[in-house]
Design a protein around this ligand. Structure first.
Ligand SMILES: [Zn+2]
Ligand SMILES: [Zn+2]
Length: 82
């Protein structure tokens, strides 16, 4: 064993829109093997991180999501002629 790290021990944290936020290893002061690498602990959504801190990026995504939610669209706009 040994040599190059081909997998990261941490878990990759994604924003709500799927963008990579950070790696859990970085929170622990370690170095991520690379965001492109497979992550042993898998993926985790930014909003359910143990730190529980609000993320400005996710807040922005949620704002857009709410605006674009189907329920929000009035009937007139919903029925598109096709
Ligand atoms: Zn986020
Ligand atoms: Zn990592």
């Amino acid at each position: 064993m040994g040599g190059k790290v081909l997998i990261c021990d941490g878990c990759l944290v994604l924003h709500r829109d799927g963008e990579i936020a950070y790696c859990s290893e970085e929170l622990d002061g370690k170095t991520c093997a690379g965001y492109d690498m497979p992550h042993l602990a898998g993926l985790m959504a930014c909003r359910i991180t143990p730190r529980g801190t609000r993320c400005r990026h996710c807040d922005e995504v949620m704002r857009i999501r709410l605006l674009m939610a189907p329920d929000f669209i009035p009937d007139e706009l919903h029925t598109v002629s096709n």
